[in-house]
Structures are given as C-alpha cells and as structure tokens.
Design a binder for this molecule. Structure first.
Ligand SMILES: Nc1ncnc2c1ncn2[C@@H]1O[C@H](COP(=O)(O)OP(=O)(O)OP(=O)(O)O)[C@@H](O)[C@H]1O
Length: 172
C-alpha cells in the first residue's frame, strides 16, 4: 500500500486559526467596536465612555489587540476566507490526507453563514466540495475515490447530525 505524504510543495502546519468578523446586525448598530488590521489582527476598541478621569487625561485605553493566522473583516466573502486559509489543504485531502475545518463561535456569530453560506456567497463546505469533485474529475490516475460527508454540530457538549435533524443527539 503506498504511503501518503503531504504534497512536497505544501506548507505543513498542524493548526491554523482564522477569525471572521461578520457585519453588525441592525440590533447591534452602535456597538461597532471591532476592527481588523493587516489581515491578521483583531482590535477590540475601548467602548468604555465612562472610564475614570485619570484614564482619560492620561489617554489610557483598554483597547485589546488579538493576533491570528488570518483575520477577515465584515466585507470579506466566504470565498476570500476559502482562498487564503483553506483551499491549499484540499489537494492534500484528495491525495488521502486528513484535514478538519471547524467553525467555533457563540450563537449568532456567523458559523452557519461561513460553513454553508448563501447562493451569492457560498460557504466553505460548498466551496470545498466543488474543489474536491473538480480535482477528482481532473485526476489522471486509476485511483478510485469514495467521498462521504457528514455535517455535525456540537452544542453544549452534545453532538447533532444536521443532515438528519430527526436523529436526536449522537453518541461519541
Ligand atoms: N458574513 C456575513 N454576511 C452577512 N450576514 C451574515 C454574515 N455572517 C453571518 N450573517 C448573518 O448573521 C446571522 C447569524 O449568523 P448564523 O446563523 O450563521 O450564526 P450561527 O453562528 O450559525 O448561529 P447559531 O449557533 O445560533 O446557529 C444570520 O442572520 C446571518 O445571515
């Protein structure tokens, strides 16, 4: 059985963390305190207008800066996210390597939008599947491919099958 290795021209890394800051909803207007800088930094602005006098006169801020492998602002599409942080791992998958992309965030943070997307802005699962099937179609070897999909949600440490909503929660 041939051994499977990462493609030689691919940068191998164990973990990449990307953050996507979705546009604010109507209800959130006025709490516009997130900025993305340089495609890598997320800046949470100091929203405290009632801060201590001494902080104000000394121009002290409680602004926080967080750095990630990739950071995407509200105008970025799912395709932008896909191109810069995911597409390179898909060719490895077609060669038999394992890869996991998972979305993490609180309720309403945009996980479904990012993974599934819409007709106009297809999500990462849709874009990945298109690439996988394109690569399989173009593959000139006699290899046979078997593609299977599952779509799971982990919520409060319970696993749900989102393709079979009536299935209740799954066991580990
Ligand atoms: N990049 C985006 N552009 C436009 N709207 C977005 C974007 N990301 C999220 N939204 C909108 O924000 C709302 C919440 O997003 P979504 O349903 O994807 O969150 P979620 O993290 O999957 O939530 P839950 O955990 O409750 O299922 C939706 O109305 C969605 O359309």
């Amino acid at each position: 059985m041939p051994s499977i290795r990462a493609p030689a021209n691919k940068r191998t890394t164990t973990l990449t963390v990307a953050v996507k800051c979705r546009p604010l909803t109507e209800r959130e207007r006025g709490r516009d305190i997130v900025r993305v800088n340089d495609n890598k930094q997320v800046i949470i602005l100091d929203s405290d207008i009632s801060k201590d006098y001494i902080d104000r006169v000394q121009n002290r801020t409680r602004e926080k800066i967080y750095c990630f492998d990739h950071a995407f602002g509200p105008h970025c599409t799912n395709l932008d996210v896909y191109k810069s942080s995911i597409s390179s791992m898909i060719s490895g998958v077609v060669q038999g390597l394992n890869a996991t992309i998972f979305a993490y965030g609180s309720t309403g943070s945009g996980k479904t939008h990012t993974m599934v997307g819409t007709q106009e802005d297809p999500g990462l699962m849709v874009l990945s599947l298109h690439t996988i099937f394109d690569l399989i179609k173009k593959c000139k070897s006699s290899d046979e491919f078997e593609v299977s999909c599952s779509y799971l949600e982990v919520y409060n440490e319970v696993i749900y099958d989102l393709l079979e909503k009536s299935s209740g929660h799954l066991e580990l």
